[in-house]
Design a protein around this ligand. Structure first.
Ligand SMILES: NC(=O)c1ccc[n+]([C@@H]2O[C@H](COP(=O)([O-])OP(=O)(O)OC[C@H]3O[C@@H](n4cnc5c(N)ncnc54)[C@H](O)[C@@H]3O)[C@@H](O)[C@H]2O)c1
Length: 168
């Protein structure tokens, strides 16, 4: 089953890359069309505005500019289309607009779409859970029998300066 994507910001660096993948049929994806205010120099349909889109599409991939996010989401909500928001630099107000839209349509947002970075962030989150919170006396780093006393104290002091006790 093919997924037809609309690439928003198709004339830009990233938009051109995504369009090339879709045109090549990457993982069953095909290109419905593109939209870019500044045009697209490749061999595919690219409109200057969403109002001109007549092609059927299943989802939107956005690599454009954060100021375009609000009208883009407005269009996606009206059409009931899922959006992959790759654009960065959103203001607090724009983030709120994204939250609201995400309660109506599927929205995937990531400031870095690299699988490696996503993995690193998840691993860092998991790792952080093993550390005591600042000022929380009840959670101490479990002592390791092979670690010397001074080494244990050093780790605990740095991780939880407010814990007071340095018993391992
Ligand atoms: N999430 C990620 O992993 C990731 C990776 C790279 C870039 N980005 C972000 O994606 C965005 C685009 O990056 P880029 O390097 O391709 O930039 P770019 O400047 O090369 O391309 C942006 C394109 O969007 C078009 N555009 C701007 N405003 C528009 C509007 N209102 N409507 C339609 N098209 C519009 C421009 O004409 C341009 O062709 C940036 O915000 C960048 O930070 C995210």
């Amino acid at each position: 089953m093919s997924c037809e994507v609309l690439v928003y910001g198709m004339g830009g660096h990233m938009g051109r890359e995504v369009a090339a993948l879709a045109l090549g049929g990457y993982r069953g994806v095909s290109l419905a069309c593109g939209v870019d205010v500044n045009g697209y120099d490749g061999n595919a349909v690219c409109h200057a505005s969403l109002n001109e889109v007549t092609e059927k599409c299943d989802c939107i991939i956005d690599f454009s500019h954060h100021s375009a996010t609000a009208p883009l989401l407005d269009y996606a909500v009206r059409k009931g289309l899922p959006v992959v928001l790759c654009t960065t630099g959103h203001t607090e107000e724009e983030k709120q607009i994204i939250q609201t839209a995400a309660s109506k349509i599927p929205v995937f947002l990531s400031a870095n779409m690299s699988v490696g970075v996503a993995l690193l962030v998840e691993l860092a989150k998991k790792d952080c859970r093993g550390f005591p919170r600042r000022g929380n006396r009840d959670r101490r780093i479990p002592s390791r029998p092979q670690a010397g006393r001074s080494q244990r104290n050093c780790i605990a002091d740095r991780a939880s300066p407010a814990s007071g006790s340095s018993k391992g």
